[in-house]
Design a protein around this ligand. Sequence first.
Ligand SMILES: C[S@@+](CC[C@H](N)C(=O)[O-])C[C@H]1O[C@@H](n2cnc3c(N)ncnc32)[C@H](O)[C@@H]1O
Length: 217
Amino acid sequence: MEKEELQAIASQLKHPTGEKGIEMANMMNETNINMTRHSVQNLNIKAGNSILELGHGNAGHVEFLLEQAENLKYYGLEMSQLMFQEARQINRNFVSQKQALFSLYDGNTIPFEEDSFDKIFTVNTIYFWQEPEKLLLEIYRVLRPNGNFCLTFAEEDFMKKLPFTQFEFELYNTEKAQQLIKKTPFKIVYTETQTEKVKSKTGELVDRAFTTLVLEK
Ligand SMILES: C[S@@+](CC[C@H](N)C(=O)[O-])C[C@H]1O[C@@H](n2cnc3c(N)ncnc32)[C@H](O)[C@@H]1O
């Protein structure tokens, strides 16, 4: 594949736009659904919880999340206008019932007051954070005391084999993520790496290792 094509894939994954962005978002939601469901399940969601997700893509998984307990409220934050629109469209019933609220932000400052959420999670976005330590402190700020933040990403050893990750991506392994978290007041309460089979761009099944870190305020 040409350098330009690889660059285009990387920038769509970082910031989906246009027709290609919708296709890319459908593909991401499908390929990453196991990582997303695993993150949701690790949050130990309870009835009445307010839950924030950073970088939800098309948010095709919100129905699954809202089934985890009664009376939940989901807030989604994105940097991509296209993903904000797609997510609102796909979840229009939950939006009109005010069970799901979507907003755009600049990727650095979370537009909510301190202690706003019981649970926060993000899947496959850490590679694109502009200022990782600052964003973690923002997540800490808007999380309620004893609340949990679940951070999920694919391991560097797997990601670096994908040719487009040389552009736009900052790759992490478990240790690098733990070192980053140690710069913040978060406590790491659970770490797990598991391997799953995913379809590669050329159609064959490959092993992908991904890590879930559960943090507590
Ligand atoms: C690779 S996609 C992952 C989407 C979905 N979470 C998944 O795993 O399928 C990354 C998404 O995160 C968004 N994004 C990138 N940087 C972000 C940031 N700093 N905060 C929140 N979202 C971000 C992008 O717009 C894109 O929709």
